[in-house]
Structure formats: C-alpha cells, structure tokens
Design a protein around this ligand. Structure first.
Ligand SMILES: Cc1ncc(COP(=O)(O)O)c(C=O)c1O
Length: 401
C-alpha cells in the first residue's frame, strides 16, 4: 500500500497538475540503469523506459558525463550562431543513418511536423504538385504525437476529438494493407507516413514484407517514404532502425525519444540533400532545436549505437523475453507481439484490463503501461540482463495466477 509520502505527492498532483495523464500511484525519486526507486525507498524494475526514451537506461554514465561537461561549457546559442556541438552531432547522426542531412528539433511531435513540412515543400518544389494540394497517406491506428495537425489524422477519439477545426491533406489507409495504400496514392500524394511498428497502438507488427512493398510502391509512384522511428528506432527492435529488419531504407527517418538519452528532448529529421535541401533560412526552425546540450548528448547516443552492441543485446534478450511471454499465452494472455526488447501483451479481457494488469505488476515491483483496453506494453531499457527479464516474467505469471 502506498504510504503517506506517496499519497501526499499523488494528492498534490491531483490539486495542481492538469489531468492530461492518469499515472499509476507510484512516486519516483531516483533511478539507475533499469531500476527506479520511489519516495519510500521501494525499488521497481522499469519495464517502460519512458516509452523508449530511456533505451540506454537511467543515468547512463557516459551520457551523464557528457551532459555534465556540456552544462559547464555552453547550453544554448539559438541557431542565430553556430556551436561547436551541432556540426559533429549532425555528421555522426547522418552517418549512422546513411543519409546526408539532419534537421534537429526537440520533441517527437516537432520532428513529425518537420517531416510533414518537408514532404509538402518537396512536393511543391521538386515533384511539381500545385501549391496547396499536397496529400500525405497515413495509417489507421497511427500515433505520431499531439500537435493540432498530427491529431487531425489520428483515428483515436481520445487524442482527436474536440480539437477541431482539423488540418486537411491526409488520407488514412489500414496499416499493413498494400493494395489500399496503392489505391490511395494520386498525382497529388507527396508522402506516405508510417510507423514501422505501431508502438502506442499496442506494438502492432505489419505483415512480413509490407515495409519492402511500401518502399517499392513509393519509389515507383514518386512519393516520399517517411518512417517515424521515434519509438521503434535507436536499438529498440534489435537493429538501429526497425526498417533495417526488412532491409528497407526510407527517404526520411523521423527520430526522437532515445536520441536525447533520457536526459534532454532531442529529435531530428534525417534525409538526403534532395529532400531536406528544400529548406532555406527562416523557413523553419526552433529556438532550442540543435542546442549544444542536446547535440552533445545526441552525439554520445549515436556513439553508443555505432558499436552495434546495444542492437545485438536487444536481439538476444528480446528472444528470451518473447519465449517467456509466449508461455503465458492461454494462461490469461491472449496474444503476444515482440520485436527485440519490445512487446505488446494482450491480456484476456475476461481476466482484467491492461490498466488493472499494470497496477498489479506495480505491486510486484515492475512498471509497465497499458494501452488500448487490454494490452500491456513492455519496453525495458536495453541495459537489462536475463535476470531482470526473468523478474518481469515471474511478475507477469504471478498476476495471472
Ligand atoms: C511513433 C511516435 N511518434 C511521435 C511521438 C511523439 O513524440 P513526443 O511525445 O516526444 O512529441 C511518439 C510518442 O510516443 C511516438 O511513439
């Protein structure tokens, strides 16, 4: 049972924080690696990792050291001036992605907005679509963030409703349906925007080969392929990008979350010059985008990923996680979907909701997040070992007993 300190903080939040989230009743004060500690000294395994923003765990020593050093030197210049951090960061990130240019932003939603603006401008200036007519095809069940434009093409009523008037120019097709996608593409289509794995949707995997088919179709029809790898990218699925799993290279990578090492918000759009070259001075920007602190941390994140060790670890441990979760199918779990260290677990709705499962897992010392009714999303930091995956699996088995 939560003690008085926990209830004090929960009630302070109820009094003073807008209710746009409904957090579990646990109040965290410290963390290290895959473990977090609450205000009463209880430890929990963090099996959510800030929705993949903490891929390298809490307080990764290299990332913290880089951030500390940068805090003592220079934190913000705005883009009115250069810093000695931005060029090296963008060079290293572009190299990791095999692309030529980076446009740095802060949050994931800003990077998605930037990709939408990139595609529209490319459509008008390169493809020759009449001004104001560009269309972008998006997927049913998508989650790309919370800005007014992005929620305009969300089919989740909780994210979408009561925020109109909505931004036009988007066509929604079923995720994983290549025929529907082909039918939706017209001469005015400038881009297809997709998540290679729909994270918020419940770790929904497309059919095998779909990403390759999308790549072939977009190339054939002269449409940009925009891959939102904000949650799926940077090691989570056992490769640098989830698109790699099908050997697919999109025109545009949209990155965020783990790029900031769980320390600062860092996001980016990464593409070749023929696409990102559409921007000229003053046509897009952000005061904090590309700031030296974020750039230093982002460059250190890229340095970690460049070794390939994290991706390999996520693959190996992901197989262990998947094998353990599969044993629960038929014992209170209806289905399991895994990619690397990322899993969507559909709890039998007759047994409990995803929220109830998350609450019970909390009591067993494991933090996860429910999504869409009866699904629980698991995304531990990539620093976990087998013993920690076993703690998670044992806790799951215990709540289903
Ligand atoms: C695939 C995807 N795109 C975009 C976003 C939005 O990122 P942010 O919350 O940093 O704006 C998220 C966040 O969960 C996401 O999962």
């Amino acid at each position: 049972m939560p003690g008085s300190s926990t209830s004090e903080h929960v009630s302070l939040a109820a009094d003073w924080v807008a209710a746009n989230y409904n957090p579990l009743p646990v109040v965290l004060s410290h963390a290290e690696g895959a473990w977090v500690t609450d205000v009463e000294g209880r430890r929990y395994l963090d099996a959510l990792a800030g929705y993949s923003a903490l891929n390298f765990g809490h307080l990764h020593p290299t990332l913290v050291a880089v951030a500390r050093a940068q805090l003592d030197r220079l934190t913000l210049t705005s883009r009115a001036f250069h810093s000695d951090q931005l060029g090296p960061f963008c060079r290293d990130l572009a190299t990791l992605a095999g692309k030529q240019l980076v446009l740095p932003m802060n949050t994931g939603a800003e990077a998605v907005e930037t990709a939408i603006k990139t595609a529209r401008r490319w459509g008008y200036e390169v493809k020759g679509v009449p001004d104001g007519r560009a269309r972008i095809v998006v997927m049913a069940g998508n989650f790309h963030g919370r800005t007014t434009t992005i929620i305009s093409f969300s089919d989740d009523p909780v994210a979408h409703d009561h925020y109109g008037p909505y931004t036009p120019g988007f066509d929604v097709v079923p995720f994983g349906d290549i025929e529907a996608l082909e039918a939706a593409i017209t001469d005015e289509t400038v881009a297809v925007l997709l998540e290679p794995v729909q994270g918020e949707g419940g770790v929904i995997l497309p059919p095998d080969g779909w990403l390759r088919d999308v790549r072939e179709l977009t190339r054939r029809t002269g449409v940009l392929m925009l891959a939102d790898e904000i949650q799926s990218g940077l090691g989570r699925t056992g490769s640098t990008f989830a698109c790699d799993l099908e050997g697919v290279v999109p025109d545009v990578y949209i990155l965020g979350k783990a790029l900031g090492g769980g320390i600062v918000p860092v996001s980016a759009v990464v593409a070749d010059r023929d696409v990102l070259g559409v921007f000229d001075p003053g046509s897009h920007g952000s005061t904090f985008g590309g700031n030296p602190l974020g750039a230093a941390v982002g460059r250190a994140v890229v340095g970690l990923l460049a070794t390939g060790e994290w991706q390999q670890h996520a693959r190996r441990l992901g197989a262990h996680l998947e094998a353990g979760l599969r044993e629960l199918v038929g014992h209170g779990v209806e289905a399991v979907r895994c990619r690397g260290l990322w899993a969507g677990v559909d709890i039998d709705p007759g047994r409990m909701t995803g929220r109830e499962a998350s609450r019970r897992l909390l009591e067993h010392g494991v933090l996860v997040k429910d999504t869409h009714g009866s699904t629980v999303r698991i995304a531990p930091p990539l620093v976990v070992g087998e013993a920690e995956i076993d703690i998670l699996l044992d806790a799951f088995a215990a709540i289903l007993r």
